[in-house]
Write a protein that binds this ligand. Structure first.
Ligand SMILES: [Fe+2]
Ligand SMILES: [Fe+2]
Length: 251
């Protein structure tokens, strides 16, 4: 089996449409739409939830690949990753139901594979840093914001369901921090490379200024500083993330 598996080899039912993220953004801009769905309308909330659903699918596959790709890793590491597959599979089910709740369906919007392609590090330490701290940190931002928006528009089903998933993502971040430390014990260079990999992912998902520190209603993706603290990110890390989002602003 290839290691890591190519993004276009992920098995999908026919109803899923796969496209490059850049292509989707360009087509949207050509139609006068924002490149990334904000949360200002029921349609944009549904599109965001669809994007999360395919993200959960790739998170499930990614954690499964981590079990498979690192057979020499400590047993507890493999167990944590296997537990994460289980969590992510429940998240997929929850988001599939939420899509129905929002009158949507799987395949209504294209699936981009940017999350998967970002997750394909060759080193286990880099992978948990990038996926469990970079991408799951992003999930904390996105879910925390969605909980607030759902509360504001009076949708307790969306609010509660996303809050329950968020609780799991916090544990995934913590797991990433634990294994980043354990796997790189006594190897400062390996740790430096893993953190660099994570920072590249963070920078990429600032999406040129789309993710920012700000009010949930005012920015497309708001940084969940409190939830990130709960997930074990240090004040210094949160500060650094906010600074990089300011640097990568496009306007
Ligand atoms: Fe998840
Ligand atoms: Fe997760």
């Amino acid at each position: 089996m290839d290691r890591p598996i190519a993004y276009d080899k992920l098995a999908r039912e026919d109803r899923f449409v796969r496209m490059r993220a850049r292509e989707v953004a360009e087509l949207k801009v050509a139609q006068g739409l924002p490149p990334f769905p904000d949360l200002s309308s029921p349609e944009s909330i549904k599109e965001r939830v669809h994007g999360i659903m395919v993200g959960e699918l790739q998170a499930m596959e990614g954690a499964g690949r981590t079990v498979c790709d690192f057979p020499d890793a400590p047993w507890e590491f493999t167990m944590d990753m296997a537990r994460q597959v289980w969590d992510e599979s429940r998240h997929v089910e929850i988001y599939l139901r939420l899509l129905e709740h929002l009158n949507g369906y799987a395949g209504e919007f294209p699936e981009t594979t940017i999350l998967w392609r970002c997750a394909c590090a060759e080193d286990a330490a880099a992978r948990v840093a990038g996926v469990n701290r970079g991408l799951e940190g992003l999930a904390c931002d996105v879910f925390n914001q969605l909980v607030h928006i759902a509360r504001k528009i009076g949708d307790p089903i969306l609010e509660r369901a996303v809050d329950f998933v968020l609780a799991d993502e916090i544990t995934h971040v913590r797991m990433g921090s634990k294994w980043l430390t354990k796997l790189t014990e006594g190897d400062a260079e390996r740790r430096r490379r893993a953190i660099e990999f994570q920072e590249n992912i963070d920078e990429r998902f600032n999406l040129g200024g789309v993710r920012r520190d700000g009010d949930h209603d005012a920015v497309s993706i708001s940084i969940a500083t409190d939830v990130r603290r709960m997930a074990g990110f240090t004040e210094e890390e949160i500060e650094r993330l906010i600074k990089t989002t300011q640097r990568s602003q496009v306007y």
